[in-house]
Design a protein around this ligand. Structure first.
Ligand SMILES: [Zn+2]
Length: 284
């Protein structure tokens, strides 16, 4: 599932292809994704110039030249493919739900087999107050996300820190992967109650969150370099994780497997229906 770094990568790729370009043709191939497309969706985009593409949490925002904003989310399985001008566009594949053609002849298609994504309309002036964004917490890579801010958001929360960090109202854009990675880096147990994460731990957690995201965005950026080649699918990239999806493998942070003379290493538990990966020795 795309999290903040993947959405950031998608936005950077789209910005390179779309900013300054006019959307000449917008084809919407079904009435809905997770929610219906708003009435007049294609017409509102068609003929408009894209001024800026940016990210908020896991959402992407396209600012258009008439003050309209396209607000969207990649859901569980959404991706964007950019095809450069002059390339042969294949016929739409199954699950290609939105296809846009720009005035320079590039094509951008939105593909989403599971259809948990969404696209809707807002205004550039009002998009931060849109119901999907209004209650969202601070951007983790912004200066507004500080230990004091996180401490205030966690105070009195009687949920595990793992679940609290997935709450988009606490901090924007984190999902299962990067929460596991940040907690590992900060040596904090995912099972610890949010309210019991002390100031010293929070002071380690904030830079851990910032560094795992920054490194993942850098990986995404390197995958982007060739996006203008024949098929530039945006949304997923190879990235190395310390704990995520590594159950039973050696822990990169300590000798927790070897020391006890048995295979242990990274463990998996289920919290709120989602897998958590961690090292029980290193993370307390
Ligand atoms: Zn370990």
């Amino acid at each position: 599932m795309p999290e903040l770094p993947e959405v950031e990568t998608v936005c950077r790729g789209l910005a390179a292809a779309l900013e300054g370009r006019r959307l000449d043709r917008v084809e919407v191939r079904r009435p809905d994704l997770r929610i219906p497309f708003p009435p007049g969706f294609a017409g509102a985009l068609q003929g408009r110039r894209v001024l800026r593409i940016r990210r908020r949490g896991k959402y992407f925002i396209w600012e258009l030249d008439d003050g309209t904003a396209l607000l969207g989310h990649l859901g569980m399985s959404g991706s964007m493919t950019i095809r450069a001008p002059g390339t042969n566009f294949p016929p739409p594949a199954p699950h290609d739900h939105v296809i846009l053609t720009t005035d320079d002849g590039a094509q951008v298609s939105y593909h989403d087999p599971r259809r948990f994504g969404l696209m809707t309309l807002s205004t550039v002036a009002g998009v931060e107050d849109h119901p999907l964004l209004a209650a969202m917490g601070p951007e983790p890579l912004s200066d507004a996300f500080t230990p004091a801010v996180l401490a205030a958001a966690l105070a009195g929360k009687n949920t595990p820190i793992k679940s609290a960090l997935l709450d988009q109202g606490v901090v924007a854009g984190l999902g299962n992967i990067y929460v596991c990675e940040a907690l590992f880096r900060a040596r904090t147990s995912p099972r610890r109650l949010a309210a019991n994460v002390g100031r010293r731990r929070i002071e380690a957690l904030v830079p851990a969150i910032k560094s795992v995201l920054t490194e993942a965005i850098a990986s995404g950026g390197s995958s982007l370099r060739d996006y203008r080649q024949a098929t530039g699918e945006l949304g997923y990239f190879q990235h190395t994780f310390a704990v995520y999806d590594r159950e039973g493998q050696p822990c990169p942070g300590c000798d927790c497997g070897a020391a006890e003379g048995r295979a242990r290493g990274i463990q998996r538990i289920v919290q709120a229906g989602r897998s958590t990966f961690f090292c029980a020795k290193r993370q307390r």
